[in-house]
Write a protein that binds this ligand. Sequence first.
Ligand SMILES: CC(C)(COP(=O)(O)OP(=O)(O)OC[C@H]1O[C@@H](n2cnc3c(N)ncnc32)[C@H](O)[C@@H]1OP(=O)(O)O)[C@@H](O)C(=O)NCCC(=O)NCCS
Length: 148
Amino acid sequence: MSVRTAVAGDPAALSAIHTASFHEGWTEADFHTWLARAEAICVVAEHAGEVVSFGLALAAGSDAELLTIASVPAQRSRGLGRQIMRALDVEAGRRGLDRWILEVARNNLPAIGLYSSEGFVEIGLRKAYYPSETGRIDALVMSRPVLR
Ligand SMILES: CC(C)(COP(=O)(O)OP(=O)(O)OC[C@H]1O[C@@H](n2cnc3c(N)ncnc32)[C@H](O)[C@@H]1OP(=O)(O)O)[C@@H](O)C(=O)NCCC(=O)NCCS
């Protein structure tokens, strides 16, 4: 397993993981657009030559906004998400960013478990933030310093 910065050839793999993870997954073209942005921070974990997990964030002033972390369903609970978070810290630290901000659906217990165990704390609530098949879901807003 190795972790590296995303490259121009990664969007298809990122889209496949995102689509397997979310009701309205982002397309390959979406990821091309994200990666082309100077503010984008994207790291991927590879296993046996395949991308198995990734994290995407945007620099916003001195904040780092975590847009998503996702692991291939068959490879979850093996420490990939945590490694991605650590790699994102390194990249955000390199850019001089100070603070992580993220939104996470209130019922997304694996993600809340990951973020809580990584030191994130709840700093706010966004009512009815995410659409879902069962109606709109609140988002927790979580934050912690960028770790160096
Ligand atoms: C959230 C997600 C990225 C975690 O990835 P992962 O590769 O399984 O993460 P890890 O194996 O590194 O787990 C790290 C920690 O997360 C927490 N966690 C992981 N899966 C969990 C689960 N099913 N229930 C509760 N906590 C969980 C645990 O604290 C875990 O630490 P531990 O193994 O020491 O107990 C993964 O479940 C995923 O891809 N989900 C779909 C996409 C998503 O919802 N992303 C978050 C968007 S905000």
